[in-house]
Design a protein around this ligand. Structure first.
Ligand code: IPM
Ligand code: MG
Length: 364
């Protein structure tokens, strides 16, 4: 029996997490596992109820469980709120609370969807990349930060906005170990992405990556500047195996990488801390407020995030494989949500896609 805290969040969050919960229950049936789901509020919905996007109760329930499943947070209607009340702040808050410094974002390419990518099939076929994104540091959390008036040379007040891109060697070291272990379990190629030609923080990043590489003689470490990496990712994605990078570069590169797969609605993620701690699973995409309540969103990214939960939190690789292959089969059957739909495909709603995956799981 596993206790899972579900933080559905805003926009399409409730719809997509609902499908992932159905899928976990279906997999649970096959493997004789019982899940106990408890819901808590995060983001805009928590702000509406408690005037706080990350209530203490949500933090507590996320600590006191075996894993957290998260949908998405945010809505344009909160754009004018002060920063500390914005839904995104709650997401950063829960990541920091649970010390989720390691975010694994596998770029999954389904052969069935190759022709749906904006990129040419011959470029993307066979791509298999994991982006290891540092998640609790960088310009996202660095201080000092803010917007303030400073007096310029002419004596006039001018507003400045600033953030601090900062990493300690300890923070770099621990994400490096996760990345090297990840690469070591894969094709043993690790590409560290930075901007060491310009940024001091990146020079330290690179130095530590090289230091840590000495403990992993089986892994080949290379370095790439982030601008070049962004270009290489779409020019020749197959050259990459495991990528490790900081919070902001990882955020941007993972959205870019999702386009290799055909849709932002396909990529899952796992956010982890040290061994034995609670991990959090969420799609890499956002809350898509324009799709809210329409039952059209693609739940696959969240379903695959639930699969990653089985693998990483519950060490059940068989359940991971079963969910993953069931998604694959459903796609092979021509089932598509709106974001990956072409003439001749079966158009499924969010709930129908979840049901289709559950049926495949239960048909084994
Ligand atoms: C992501 C998202 C978040 C991030 C936002 C919603 C705060 O873009 O998980 O990639 O920037 O980390
Ligand atoms: Mg992002």
């Amino acid at each position: 029996m596993y206790n899972i805290t579900v933080l559905a969040g805003d926009g399409i969050g409730p719809e997509i997490t609902n499908e992932a919960v159905k899928v976990l229950n279906a997999a649970g049936k096959v493997f004789g596992i019982k899940f106990n789901f408890q819901n808590a509020l995060i983001g805009g919905c928590a702000y509406e109820k408690y005037s706080n996007p990350l209530p203490d109760e949500t933090i507590q329930m996320s600590h006191d469980c075996d894993a957290v499943l998260l949908g998405a947070v945010g809505d344009w209607k909160y754009d004018t709120l002060p920063p500390e009340l914005r839904p995104e702040r709650a997401l950063l808050g829960i990541r920091k609370e649970l010390n989720l410094y390691a975010n694994l974002r596998p770029v999954v390419i389904f052969d069935e969807l190759i022709s749906y990518s904006a990129l040419k099939p011959e470029i993307i076929k066979g791509t298999d990349v994991v982006i290891v994104r540092e998640l609790t540091g960088d310009v996202y959390f660095g201080t000092p930060k803010g917007i303030e008036v400073r007096i310029d040379e002419d004596g006039n007040g001018v507003r400045y906005g600033y953030n601090n891109m900062i990493y300690s060697e300890k923070e770099i070291e621990r994400i490096a170990h996760v990345a090297f272990r990840t690469a070591s379990s894969r094709n043993k190629k690790l590409c560290s992405v930075d901007k060491a030609n310009v940024l001091d923080v990146s020079r330290l990043w690179r130095e530590i990556m090289i230091d840590v590489s000495k403990s992993y003689s089986d892994v080949e470490l290379t370095h790439m500047y982030v601008d070049n990496a962004a270009m290489q990712l779409v020019a020749n994605p197959r050259q990459f195996d495991t990528i490790v990078t900081g919070n902001i570069f990882g955020d941007i590169l993972s959205d870019e990488a999702s386009m290799i797969s055909g849709s932002l609605g396909l990529l899952p993620s796992a956010s982890m801390s040290d061994d034995g701690s609670v991990a959090l699973y969420e799609p890499i995409h956002g809350s898509a407020p324009d799709l809210k309540g329409l039952n059209v969103a693609n739940p696959i990214a969240t379903i695959l995030s639930a699969a990653m939960m089985m693998k990483y939190s519950f060490k059940n690789n068989e359940a991971y494989e079963l969910i993953f292959n069931s998604v694959k089969q459903v796609l092979k059957d021509g089932c598509r949500t709106k974001d990956i739909h072409k003439d001749g495909d079966k158009l499924l709603s969010t709930a129908e896609m979840g049901d289709a995956v559950c049926n495949k799981i239960l048909s084994v």
